[in-house]
Design a protein around this ligand. Structure first.
Ligand SMILES: [Zn+2]
Ligand SMILES: [Zn+2]
Ligand SMILES: [Zn+2]
Length: 283
């Protein structure tokens, strides 16, 4: 499998849309890997993770044929992961010569509900090619050659208190390889650890790096480097990961306090690579 990070920022982007903080100004001045757009990744050429408002930019920057995407997995319905209006210009007279006219969309019921709010903008032909599949935590789905298991994320705690399900992150398996794509989530929930015990070896672990060097602890919806270190150590201790597993940090915010150029060497000392927009890596 190949994983390509198309966008690697949290919701506001980096530099952030309306911000003039020192981190945003530094990112803008340095350019290159310090510039981050909203979260999205592509597995091979046919499985897309998330649909942020920067999807069109990602197509332009990477020369992608997004009509070849057959499977869209949405982690959750925060704006940086799901901009549902984009789907209203898919198919019909908006997109000709598509490689895969049909799109299978895997998500939580709440994510689909966000699309329903804007679906009045789509014509019937567009709607008929979008096939939603509502996921359940720990219940794997088969999408072509991929087996994908949604895992409950430690994120959006307001839902829990309302008795609603968690957002998801994903274990993606294909060609005998395993990718754990863990954004947006804080430290994993106990039931996720129980599940992961049986799921080694995992060849690539992509972890939430939103908070930079700051420790978030179990009550937060994101992670910082001290949390990332705890997760990595536990995965190694459990024998689910080993010395060949790639650990990558992703999903960054100006509130993490650092741009790529500063953060990458610090993370490397602890065994992590740091994602950047356009980074492609073999799983
Ligand atoms: Zn996010
Ligand atoms: Zn800023
Ligand atoms: Zn989120």
């Amino acid at each position: 499998m190949q994983l390509t990070y198309l966008g690697t920022a949290a919701a506001e982007g980096l530099p952030a849309v309306f911000c003039n903080c020192p981190v945003c100004r530094q990112a803008a001045r340095l350019g290159g890997r310090n510039i981050r757009t909203r979260s999205q990744s592509l597995v091979n050429r046919d499985l897309l993770i998330d649909l942020p408002p920067d999807t069109y930019l990602h197509k332009l920057q990477n020369g992608l044929d997004l009509s070849a995407v057959k499977y869209l997995f949405v982690t959750h319905w925060h704006m940086d992961h799901f901009y549902p209006q984009e789907l209203t210009v898919r198919g019909s007279y908006y997109s000709h010569g598509m490689v895969s006219p049909e799109l299978e969309i895997y998500c939580a019921a709440e994510t689909r509900a966000q699309f329903e709010k804007v679906s009045w903008e789509a014509n019937p032909e567009t709607l008929s090619a979008l096939h939603f599949h509502i996921l359940r935590a720990f219940q794997p789905v088969r999408a072509g050659e991929y087996t994908v298991t949604p895992l409950p994320a430690n994120h959006m705690h307001e839902l829990e208190s309302n008795g609603k399900p968690h957002p998801y992150f994903y274990l993606i398996e294909a060609e005998g390889r395993r990718l754990l794509y863990a954004h947006d989530t804080g430290l994993f929930l106990p039931e996720v650890w129980d599940f992961l015990k049986e799921r080694g070896p995992i060849h690539l672990v992509s972890l939430d790096g939103t908070s930079g060097l700051r420790e978030c602890g179990p009550k937060a919806g994101h992670m910082g480097l001290p949390d990332n270190i705890r997760v990595r150590e536990k995965l190694l201790e459990m024998g689910v990961c080993d010395g060949d597993t790639k650990f990558i940090l992703n999903h960054f915010s100006h509130n993490g306090g650092m741009v790529y150029d500063e953060y990458a060497p610090l993370a490397a000392e602890k065994g992590f690579a740091v994602s950047y927009d356009g980074m492609a890596v073999e799983v």
